[in-house]
Design a binder for this molecule. Sequence first.
Ligand SMILES: [Zn+2]
Ligand SMILES: [Zn+2]
Length: 743
Amino acid sequence: MAQKIKVCGVIQGVGFRPFVHRLAERHGLRGWVRNEGSHVEIWVEGTNEQIQAFVRGLHEKHPPAAQIKETYTEVYPVRGYSDFVIQESKEASGDIFISPDLALCPECLQEFRSHRDRRFRYPFINCTNCGPRYTIIRQVPYDRGNTTMAEFTMCQECSEEYHDIKSRRYHAQPNACPQCGPTLSLVDAKGCICREDFSHLLAKGFILAVKGLGGFHLVCDARNPEAVNTLRQRKGREAKPFALMAKDLDVIKKYAYISKEEEELLQSPQAPIVLLEQILPSSLPPSLNPGLKTLGMMLPYTPLHHLLFTGNLDILVMTSANLSHEPIVYTNEEALQRLKSIADYFLLHNRPIYHRCDDSITAVVKKHTQISRRARGYVPLPVKITPLKRRVLALGGDLKNTFCLAAGDKAFLSQHMGDMDNLEAQLEFRKTLSHLQSYFNIAPEIVAHDLHPGYTTTQLAQSLNLPLVGVQHHEAHLASCLVDNNYTGEVLGLVCDGTGYGSDSNLWGFEFFRGTIDCFQRLAHLAYVPLIGGDKTVERPDRMALLFLLHEWGQEGAKWAEKLLGFAPSEIALYQRILQNSRDIPLTSSCGRLFDAVSALTGVCRRNSYEGQAAMELESLCIPGVKETYSFAVRQEGGIETLSLREMWPELIADICKKRDTGFIAAKFHRTLQEMITHTFLLLREETNITTVALSGGVMQNKVLLSGLLTELERKDFEILIHRQVPPNDGGISLGQAVIAGR
Ligand SMILES: [Zn+2]
Ligand SMILES: [Zn+2]
């Protein structure tokens, strides 16, 4: 008999067709396999038993990086093929999966380390199970000629491997060796070729710009405080923590606590940065992560990274090479131009990067993996969604931007694009959008955007000449959490974040809803405070503390603002006058700003030099085991539940005056939020009989808050949804916008 089998999933660029070829030969089948762009088609002829065993093998024995989503089979009359072959690719059509980049596999690493192997220490070794994918694809389907490897012609030996069905490099598109493939070059800041060993330069304390998979990293010895400080000064990066790359797992274990789940995540083909709890006291310079007790760690994921670690070097700073908020630098020319005042040397190579892609960032909270930056290793795999009625382009938000192209049952999110406040980022956005649109062949019918009138993405939406759908920021967060969990029932949702534009024109950020993606209703929020200074207040936790004290505690609050925050009486009086006289100050219910206020008041952080600093430092201080809470109240005000912490301020200041440990106060504040949130959910469950809760928003990256909340809510028998595939922060809202607009 003959059967045609259609296989859908992640099957391009992961050694799937060679695998099918070997499997067919093993079972004595004849026919062919070919890439159809959106899927792989297989024709097999043989006995019924042979074909059944073959189909079982497809599901059970496929390559580690492949993911089979669906298979369809049809029976046909036998055509009488004499052998089994891989047919050439046809033009791509329909929807398509492109594999993300994959970390170096164990087999390739072994060859890389073997003196006798012809690729001994070759920095571009790869096979069908590992290597660059998304970052080198110019167009689909994924064939060498469509990648940035097109300009390298394979030598005899590489070509034989490429065509040898028994080889691990059979149809490995980026296949290369020292004879025929890309090469490294080391140059100094003037662009002159340098003969020194680059790992010795790192050991001597120099800063290198190293070209990686999706862009350049700035690299230095993480154990050298002078090198770390120099990098901070030259990059103009005051306090934001640096990502680190350790030589191997044993090195990570010297510096951080690590669970089984975290270990697996670090060693996965995605090889993301994992936020780990630091072992203290530590021999690492405190300037790596000022004020924090977490380390963002990753393992070498390209062969080139393994070359960086020689001698005593075992841990490196590995931070994205970009200027302030701009996208990561990714071409040799750009690096030599833009990084010349930062890097002492440049480790370049001649395999062009086509798509910029930052390192992904993840954390494990109570065994759940949560992604806070979704890029290398994850993009461009789609999120499966309930089929949409219309094809949508959702533009996301202005911070931590991603966009989303969705059609049918798939939503393709772009890699993390960064903040949209600069021209470079906007250009990158347009470029990536046009690429992904052509790869996935999605011509949007509508454009979804945030309601914020001042967002760059909102203006961009208006320029696209398509029907627009504005989606409220926090509803988009919540929808993304539901889709992320493939949940279609009704939920009670909580979204806590910095700020998002509310449907009443106030700046929301601590919001309870009920509903499904078809309709959300706001049921409760944190009591509003006036936000004098608007968005600029984000940088000034001390001003936020002043506003809370004045608004919620009046003259007494003013006294403490002077005493604890050092405001001059004249400045306080000015704020009081504005509060009394002005009618059109925007109000905010932001959770992020509440964290800022508490952080400033307790003396932890009065100025944010990066987004979320005050909150992260406060979280880092929390001591375990604190049971006490501050007072809170939940009241009906104008048909909506309002959460008030008015009574917390005097109690918190009393703790400060009693010289209670700041770690105790920080933990007590976190406990208060957990109690207040759980209390509110219980009230709402009473009213609505809804027992499933969904948690979203950037504040859910706070591990202390989230893990405590999970414990509390589980104890009260709630079913809980948290993010899995997309970030809880603004990096996830494009998905929510897409499903709300396209349903
Ligand atoms: Zn490999
Ligand atoms: Zn070769």
